[in-house]
Design a protein around this ligand. Sequence first.
Ligand code: NDP
Length: 320
Amino acid sequence: MDNTEKQMDKKERAKERREKRRQEISLIRSIPYSDHQRWWSAETIAVVTGANRGIGFEIAHQLGLQGLTVVLTSRETAVGEESAKVLQEGGLKVVFHQLDVIDQQSIDTFCSWIKENYGGIDILINNAGFNYNIGSENSVEYAEKVITINYTGSKNMIKAAIPLMKPNHAGARIVTVSSRLGRLNGRKNRISDDALRQQLEDVDSLSEELIDGTLNKFLEQVKDGSWTTGGWPQNNTDYSLSKMAINAYTRVVARELAGRPEGEKIYVNCYCPGWVKTAMTGWAGQVTPEEGADTAVWLSLIPDMRISGKFFAERREIHF
Ligand code: NDP
């Protein structure tokens, strides 16, 4: 077998493995949660950001089907209301509220509203995201926007939600929709500086300052045009860094929250939905939004949750 044939063989096997896992998950999903597993009720409040379309809409849909109260949020009121209406007409307990994750005033208004009307949040799904590039394009023209929405926006929401998370015997949950593109040790796409990668990997010394400093360095290089030789991930550079950053921040927060007492636990995790057919990918991709939403819903509802600060894909833990 020559090298090209070996590569083809490897690709084929990877494709087969993916297909097998898709089938397994589809079978698992057909088994309903039993009564003793259902720690949630119609009074359990799940907030989903950027839920007017794509993966976020599907997460809202699936959580609604499980009988929770879903707060579908969107930065545009009219489109968000329309999306919520679709789910309400399907008999689900879904309410709409405006929320732009990079507008602090919008976040504050949302938090006051949720506190007043529902007393707090049980589950937060950080789904809102943006990628300017499609396919193999790699423009950094919108790097600041990409990083502000994907990293700062999710971080804003985590910080705003923590004081609102309701005490709950099963543990409150924060799930962020991230991407394998943000992996620190991806084979084809990663930061080339070994020392920086190690720092970003070491959960004990990881800090918000290190993450912010890394992103600021990249954004400075974008401004002065030197980013192409900066040793940054080669594929979807700005987007990959934004997702690397939110993955790292997930670990920082999980570490900070680890000491909370039983009954007040908050489990914070992130996951990659796969390559999903949505507007973000120009409707290319290997999986449907329904499949892409699955791991978020699973992480939100796991009955005996003990996992925090981890990264998942297809209902399995993967390496950061
Ligand atoms: P879409 O583009 O379909 O959806 C993105 C959503 O985020 C939209 O609802 C959009 O709102 C919203 N959004 C953007 N900016 C903000 C903001 N400032 N405040 C609130 N909402 C905002 O993409 P996907 O459904 O594919 O993406 C969902 C998440 O999944 C993202 O975080 C993405 O990075 C991640 N992901 C997607 C993958 C894929 O293959 N599709 C792969 C890996 C991760 P609006 O309609 O107003 O623009």
